[in-house]
Design a protein. Structure first.
Ligand SMILES: [Mg+2]
Ligand SMILES: [Zn+2]
Lengths: 95, 478, 484
């Protein structure tokens, strides 16, 4: 599997990153290096091994269904890039 | 070419919890924008989700109601995509191990036939926020109050073969989630939304055709119309020699058509993976048993009981038990009034339903409450009013919310059952109609109705009809 | 005053030898004079610190005794601090002042700590050299032109130069231990779930863990006791009582069995480090510990697995930085896609983008099984290796890093070479085990660290061994001449 500029471009779009041509080429080279390192894992037979998503074998704790949050909109919106009338603003989205 | 329609539904039922699925913000509908979005709902840096116990319990109740498998170990996964109403850039949902596995529901078709629709799975997930497109020129506003509201996404097998079956199934699920009190079912507010996967194939072909997914349909009427439009569209496409493309479409109710959501059509790769901020949810026997003990009677059981205990027709029992509120209303009416079930049934499905229809109301929003209904039935049952007067009484109750007793007193509608008073009115009518009396006595029996009408008119409709008939017959005989 | 440990500061404050205000002023002055050179702090909260110190002095006068009352400390800039810039070393959060505190921050505050500021770090904790900070690289106080390690490089440099006696750090792939080793201080990454992650900006959620960095194991014990504990706001936080880490520091380590993984002492390890470790082993033997060789056969796969798992989680964790609700937004976005792409591309640095790309790739259709799922399985194998080892030994000892602090820019063009720096630290993150680094000598001018890895929830044992070692050695009390 080669990591070429086209692939990096597609991945960058999925990740919503805007990369110029030079950096796409650089990333393609760097990613290829890291993925080659990752492919060392191929040598190990893991068919019978469970994937480990968490270090501890704990289960999800459950919270009581209670409303304890207060309205802090003004504090949150004070650090927002663009708000009007309590709404966060973005460029027009056409559905 | 004969075409067969194949439909599967994905229903998003908003769970009726007080707080959100992963945060302690309120889920109340209609609050000021972003006033119910806390740090977790806003996807602020560093903050973390903690699962609401009640959302889990509600999903388990749904499994119990549909006989579905309960995922004893379920896992939350992240569905990654960018959209302004999705604050974290991913939706916390379930992917490989959902909380509810395969099950089935039975739907009644109009011909009295039944059909079993398979449930593939149901999973817990968080809702997104809401975009406001028309408030600011050139901008979209984002309200995240709804972000994090718990949803149960109920996925069916592609078992439905017509829009009507799809509607019957959706109604069944709608009824079920309200019966078990996990969703308020309010479709205008978006608490119950349907996505329909629709495809067609030549009759007899085993493979499915390419499907289109119609998103976010928020009424049963639109569901039927959207599917019918889509089926016609696909037939046209195929018969013109073209191919149906797999895509997401939106139903436009104003134009009664579906159209492609091209803006969302770009290749999406959701990159699902287990959410590392949440641990596997394990459901113990003890939780299942304690929930089982709280399960209400389900619509199917209740329908059977109505048929047996109240001697109602299968059809009437089905109508009355289609939703829990109606069935409760009916049973409360009978219990409080002591009136026969059939009287209650015909009044509820007749007079009450027609007024609901006329005013486009749900029973829960009607001015007539169950104790008012019981009061009305009781006054008919004890002969305080006739059925005919009862309709007038109901109109008054409907208009101002008064009780039947108040209306009867206020409007003086009490039935006249004093035989001397009725006799007096009969005598007056006979005296005023000598020629009709002669004709009647001459053998024209039909004129009895004329005399009944005249006396009723004189009593302003309040004469006890049974007594009136009996006394009148005697007097006319001479 | 700055040569004192937290323990001696606590005693001095209680005995009213000096006030917290005097002490904080002293450290603030040191920061003022050294920070232009070290760049260890992104934010110095002088005024609020002096106010908190005066309040602490009033409390101390009344005889109050919360564990960190009046003690000056600093937080890595990854911990959200209400009303104080929390940049995470990124342009993306250059203007981010959170309206909430991380659990670690509020816990330390209720323990009485006085916070002098926020320390520099690799952007979003991604890095092993602190060269990836939007606020500029941090200099190692032990050697000009040397990196302090990363990502908690600002914390390590600040403590190493005694600009503050203790600091918080986070460790996703060695980010407490490696800079601690490079800067001659002690740091412990606790068991995963021991310290709440709430309000700690996430890098890789299943690996991230906060922990203390200080001169001595004893100070780390004091700090960890205040940081650790169950937090209902973090689902992955463990509901287990926090032991009194200080109480067991004095326990004898006679009879303790320590494993030496063959794979940790193989090719690639710097000779001076190998020699320093041998000397440390002799010291510990004198204290009664015995050593046996153990196998960690999948150790070499830790870095490959880590550089899939961590980027995968980070690619998703960093999606929230979209320019909509907080953080950097580009000027005049043409449309939504432009808003996302330019805000994110301007806001994130090179390394962060590289990891987002890697992680996005590893999770995408067609590659998930080969990379992400495979790495999660390898992770299990690595974890099992430790489980097997802990059947025969109480803990494992090895180097923290393969080399001492390298030169600024030495590895910046080759990510794989940079990533291999974390070869000894990453296995503990993948397995979720507690691990500690303590100074054990010098390679020339530069400090060297030894690493102890314990079984789950055995922080007390690791701190005990390190403390006993520090009773018979003085590597931990050495200071770079310029900051003495
Ligand atoms: Mg869906
Ligand atoms: Zn869904």
């Amino acid at each position: 599997m080669t990591v070429d500029s086209k692939l990096v471009g597609e991945i960058a779009h999925l990740a919503r990153l805007d990369l110029d041509e030079t950096s796409v080429a650089n990333y393609a080279r760097e990613m290829a290096g890291v993925l080659a390192l990752a492919r060392q894992m191929e040598d190990v037979d893991t068919d019978a091994v469970e994937p480990m998503a968490h270090p501890l074998h704990a289960v999800q704790p459950l919270r009581a269904d209670e409303v304890t949050e207060i309205d802090q909109r003004d504090e949150f919106q004070a650090i927002a890039p663009a708000v009007d009338d309590g709404l966060y603003l973005v460029p027009q989205v056409i559905e | 070419m004969q075409w067969e329609t194949v439909i599967g539904l994905e229903i998003h039922a908003q769970l009726a919890t007080r707080s959100k699925i992963f945060s302690a913000s309120s889920t109340t509908f209609g609050s000021a924008p972003n006033s119910q979005a806390n740090a977790v709902d806003l996807g602020m840096p560093g903050v973390l989700p903690v699962l609401n116990r009640e959302a889990v319990a509600m999903a388990v109740k749904f499994a119990l109601a549909t006989g579905a498998e309960i995922g004893r170990r379920s896992v939350f996964a992240r569905k990654n995509y960018f959209y302004p109403d999705l604050p974290k850039g991913y939706q916390i949902s379930q992917f490989e191990l959902p909380i509810v596995g395969a099950g089935e529901v039975r739907i009644e078709l109009e011909e009295g036939e039944e059909k079993v629709i398979g449930l593939t799975r149901a999973h817990l997930e968080e809702d997104a926020g809401k975009s406001v497109h028309d408030a600011f020129p050139g901008k979209t506003g984002v309200d995240l109050n709804r972000a994090g509201t718990p949803l149960l996404e109920i996925v069916s097998e592609p078992d439905m073969r017509s829009a009507r079956e799809a509607v019957a199934y959706a109604r069944k699920i709608h009824s079920l989630v309200r019966y078990i009190d996990i969703c308020d079912g309010n479709m205008q507010e978006g608490s119950f939304r349907c996505d329909a996967n629709v495809s067609i194939r030549p009759v007899g072909q085993a493979e499915y055709g390419t499907r289109a997914e119609i998103k976010n349909i928020n009424s049963f009427r639109f569901l039927e119309r959207a599917i019918n439009f889509e089926v016609e569209r696909q037939i046209d496409v195929l018969e013109s020699g073209a191919e149906v493309i797999q895509e997401t479409r939106l139903y436009d109710a104003d134009r009664d058509e579906t159209r492609s959501m091209r803006s969302k059509e770009e290749a999406n790769d959701y990159r699902y993976f287990p959410d590392p901020d949440l641990l596997p949810v394990e459901i113990e026997d003890s939780l299942i048993e304690s929930l089982r003990a709280t399960m209400p009677e389900l619509p199917e059981q209740r329908r059977q009981r109505f048929i047996t205990d109240y001697e109602l027709s299968a059809y009437d029992a089905g109508v009355l038990t289609a939703d829990r509120a109606t069935a409760d209303f009916f049973e409360q009416g009978i219990e409080q009034s002591g009136a026969p079930a059939r009287l209650a049934c015909s009044w509820l499905t007749g007079e009450v339903f027609s007024r609901l229809n006329r005013d486009s109301l749900e029973l829960s929003d009607a001015p007539l409450k169950a104790d008012g209904f019981a009061n009305l039935l009781a006054r008919m049952h004890d002969n305080t009013i006739s059925g005919k007067i009862a309709k007038q009484v109901l109109d008054h109750m409907w208009a101002d919310g008064s009780s039947a007793d108040e209306v009867i007193d206020r409007e003086g509608l009490r039935q006249i059952s004093d035989s001397s008073a009725i006799e007096k009115m009969i005598d007056d009518v006979i005296a005023a109609n000598p020629s009709q009396l002669a004709e009647y006595r001459g053998g024209k029996d039909k004129l009895l109705g004329y005399f009944v009408g005249q006396v009723m008119k004189a009593s302003k409709g309040k004469a006890n009809p049974g007594q009136l008939n009996e006394l009148l017959r005697d007097k006319l005989q001479g | 005053m700055h040569k004192q440990t937290i323990s001696s500061i606590r005693r001095a404050l209680a005995a009213r030898e000096y006030s917290s205000a005097e002490l904080c002023q002293h450290f603030l002055d040191r920061i003022d004079s050294a920070n232009p050179e070290l760049n260890a702090f992104i934010t110095v909260t002088r005024e609020s610190a002096l106010a908190a110190a005066s309040q602490a002095d009033e409390q101390l006068a009344k005889g109050a005794s919360s564990p960190l009352l009046g003690v000056p400390l600093a937080h890595k800039d990854i911990f959200c601090t209400r009303g104080v810039l929390t940049s995470c070393g990124s342009r993306m959060l250059e203007n981010f002042v959170p309206p909430y505190d991380a659990t670690v921050v509020s816990r330390m505050q209720s323990a009485g700590a006085v916070i002098l500021g926020k320390t520099n770090m690799d952007e979003f904790a991604m890095g092993s050299s602190n060269e990836n900070s939007f606020f500029g690289a941090v200099t190692n106080p032990w050697g000009e032109g040397r990196v302090p390690g990363g990502s908690s490089g600002g914390s390590a440099a600040a403590v190493g130069a005694r600009l503050v006696p203790g600091c918080t750090g986070t460790d996703t792939g060695g980010s407490i231990r490696q800079p601690a080793a490079f800067c001659g201080i002690t740091g412990i990454k606790p068991t995963y779930g021991r310290v709440s992650r709430y309000g700690m900006v996430a890098f890789a959620s299943s690996l991230d863990q906060g922990g203390p960095m200080a001169a001595t194991a004893e100070d780390c014990a004091t700090l960890l006791a205040c940081m650790a504990g169950h937090d209902p706001r973090d689902s992955t936080s463990i509901d287990e009582p926090v032991p009194d880490y200080s109480a067991s520091l004095g326990d004898s380590i006679n009879g303790l069995k320590i494993g030496l993984p063959k794979q940790y002492f193989a090719a690639g390890l710097d000779d001076t480090i190998a020699a320093a470790l041998q000397a440390a082993i002799s010291e510990l033997e004198k204290l009664g510990a015995s050593f046996v060789e153990v196998e960690l056969p999948n150790q070499h796969l830790a870095v490959p697995a880590y550089y899939i798992v961590a980027p995968a989680e980070c690619s998703s964790n960093l999606s929230r930085f979209d320019g909509v609700r907080y953080g950097h937004r580009c000027d005049d976005p043409a449309d939504l896609e432009d808003l996302y792409k330019r805000s994110r591309s301007e806001g994130f640095g090179h390394e962060v983008k590289r990891r987002i790309l890697l992680g996005t790739y590893a999770l995408s259709t067609g590659y998930y099984d080969a990379y992400y799922l495979k790495a999660q399985k390898i992770r299990n194998l690595i974890s099992r290796d430790f489980t097997t080892a802990f059947e025969t030994v109480d803990m494992i000892l090895g180097p923290t890093t393969p080399t001492p602090a390298f030169e600024l820019g030495a590895n910046s063009s080759d990510p794989v070479a940079m990533y291999l720096n974390d070869i000894y630290t990453i296995p503990a993150n993948l397995a979720g085990l507690p691990a500690l680094s303590a100074p054990c000598g010098f390679s020339g001018e530069l400090p060297i660290g030894l690493q102890l890895v314990g079984n789950y929830f055995t922080e007390n044992k690791l701190l005990n061994v390190a403390h006993q070692y520090q009773q018979v050695t003085d590597w931990h009390s050495q200071l770079p001449a310029r900051f003495a």
